[in-house]
Every structure is written in structure tokens, then in C-alpha cells.
Design a protein around this ligand. Structure first.
Ligand code: ADP
Length: 265
């Protein structure tokens, strides 16, 4: 049996997937250690041990993400845009728009019917509208980012965060807390702030159904729902959202393994 590996080295996390030649996921792994850390190597060794495989079993490895250029054991490197496009297409064959919010940037990708990237727009200049914004706010509230969704679901009320800048928004949240603001409503305001920024990017990129979300922030239902409301659309989401880039990379790797491609590209 042939196996292929996809690794996505992000700014905050490293992710990986091994596919077998029926393109089934035989192992997947995510670690909160991104580029410049031991995260990528940990992903590779954990994927192999969980699947009961050795290096020699892997026909091809494609690496993507922000840290892809400094990772040695790669047969090929591909952009995260192409890999998120492909990964989303494998999860949702009808996808035409992908909204990918990661740790330090947000992207809106437009796909053709075959999952190929037609165009994209990216915000990588400002922390607002990215996972970093949520992390800063979660730290003020002494919570983990993964707790935000549960809290946001506790109320229907949303407190407006008027500052678009992360630093000013941080002061605004601190001052709201000092005034005794209700935390779930404040968290809904924080989620809405990310959604407003992302919706503006999506409108500029142009959106077409089906619209799907990928990246770590997609795991937050509060942001997804606020974004649906802002754009007036339904957004599809898979529990594999944060692994979408690794999934796309693994499929590209399997395309090459099937063709018998060997060696570095
Ligand atoms: P990168 O590839 O840049 O490391 P990811 O797509 O892996 O980015 O996403 C990481 C970001 O997602 C981090 O900023 C993290 O705080 C955020 N994140 C992860 N899980 C959640 C969650 N459940 N709710 C909100 N944000 C989340």
C-alpha cells in the first residue's frame, strides 16, 4: 500500500495528515508549536507512530504553510492557498469560496469547480480579524481561545467593540470589564469584530456559494455565526477545518505518489 503525507507548518501550530492509497486518513495530528519550533518534527514522528508506519512507507511528502521553506524533509513545497483550496474541495466538492482564518492572517480564496485556486485576497498586515486578536482578548479574560465559543453561546446580547485596531480594542475590552460588562456579551462583541473585518475582506474578494471556513478560528462557532450574519450566507465547516491545509498537501502528495514521482521538486 502507498502512503502520502501532508504537513502544514503555521505561525502558531503544526499540523499533519497521512493518507493511504484509497485516500483515507490513517493518521492526523496537530501541535501548538509552529514554525521555528520542534513542532513539525513532532508532527512527522507522531503521524508515523500512530499509523504504525516508518519513513520508508511514505511515498511522498508535501509541506505547506508559513514555515514550509525551512523544513528539510519535504519532497515538494506548495503554497497554503493551493493546499487550503484543495483540502476544502476534498471536504466540500461544491466549495467556491474559502474563508481561512489562522493565527496571524486571514485569506479569502476563490476556487473553480475542480478545487483549483482562481484568486485570493489576504490580510497579513494587521492582527485584527485573525486568531491573534482572539488570543489577545482571551488572555485579558484569562481564558483559553477554545472557551470563547461556549461563553458566547450564553447570551443573545452583543457588546459593540468599536476599535478596529487590536491594541485599542484591548484597552476598550479592559475598560468594559472595569465597568462590569457581562462577559458573554463582550465575547460576542469580540467574535463580531473578527467577523466584520473578515466580511469586508470577503466582499472585496467576491463570494460565491458554497462558502466554507478553514483554519483554527473556524473552530469558534461564535465567529462563524457572526460571519454568517454579516454576509447573510450559510458557511460550511468541518471539524477538520484546522487540518485543511495539511489535508490538501496530503492529496497533492498522493497525486505524485500515484504517478510514481520520487525525489525532491
Ligand atoms: P496557523 O497555521 O497560522 O498556525 P491555524 O489555522 O492553525 O493558524 O489557527 C491557529 C489560530 O486559531 C490561533 O490563533 C488560535 O488561537 C486559533 N484557534 C484555535 N482554536 C480555536 C477556537 N476553538 N476558537 C477560536 N480560535 C481558535
Amino acid at each position: 500500500m502507498k502512503y502520502a503525507m501532508g504537513i502544514d507548518i503555521g505561525s502558531t501550530t503544526s499540523k499533519g495528515i497521512i493518507l493511504n492509497d484509497r485516500r483515507e486518513i490513517v493518521s492526523s495530528f496537530l501541535v501548538h508549536a509552529g514554525t521555528g519550533t520542534g513542532g513539525p518534527q513532532q508532527v512527522r514522528s507522531t503521524l508515523l507512530s500512530e499509523a504504525g508506519l516508518t519513513e520508508a512507507d511514505i511515498g511522498y511528502t508535501v509541506v505547506t504553510g508559513y514555515g514550509r521553506n525551512t523544513y528539510e524533509p519535504a519532497d515538494a513545497r506548495m503554497s497554503e492557498m493551493s493546499c487550503h483550496a484543495r483540502g476544502t474541495h476534498e471536504l466540500f466538492p461544491g466549495a467556491r469560496t474559502v474563508i481561512d482564518i489562522g493565527g496571524q492572517d486571514a485569506k479569502v480564496l476563490r476556487l473553480d469547480g475542480n478545487g483549483r485556486l482562481i484568486s485570493f485576497l489576504m490580510n497579513d498586515k494587521c492582527a485584527a480579524g485573525t486568531g491573534r486578536f482572539l488570543e489577545v482578548m482571551a488572555a485579558i479574560l484569562q481564558m483559553d481561545v477554545s472557551d470563547l465559543e461556549k461563553q458566547a453561546a450564553l447570551t443573545e446580547e452583543t457588546l459593540e467593540i468599536s476599535s478596529t485596531c487590536t491594541v485599542f480594542a484591548e484597552s476598550e475590552v479592559i475598560s468594559q470589564l472595569a465597568k462590569g460588562a457581562e462577559i458573554p456579551a463582550l465575547i460576542r462583541g469580540i467574535c463580531r469584530s473578527v467577523a466584520v473585518r473578515t466580511a469586508a475582506l470577503a466582499r472585496r474578494a467576491g463570494i460565491e456559494e458554497q462558502i466554507c471556513m478553514s483554519g483554527g478560528v473556524a473552530g469558534n462557532g461564535g465567529v462563524r455565526q457572526a460571519l454568517e450574519k454579516e454576509l447573510g450566507v450559510t458557511i460550511r465547516y468541518s471539524p477538520l477545518a484546522q487540518l485543511t491545509g495539511a489535508l490538501g498537501a496530503a492529496h497533492y502528495a498522493m497525486d505524485r505518489a500515484e504517478k510514481g514521482v520520487t525525489g525532491h521538486e
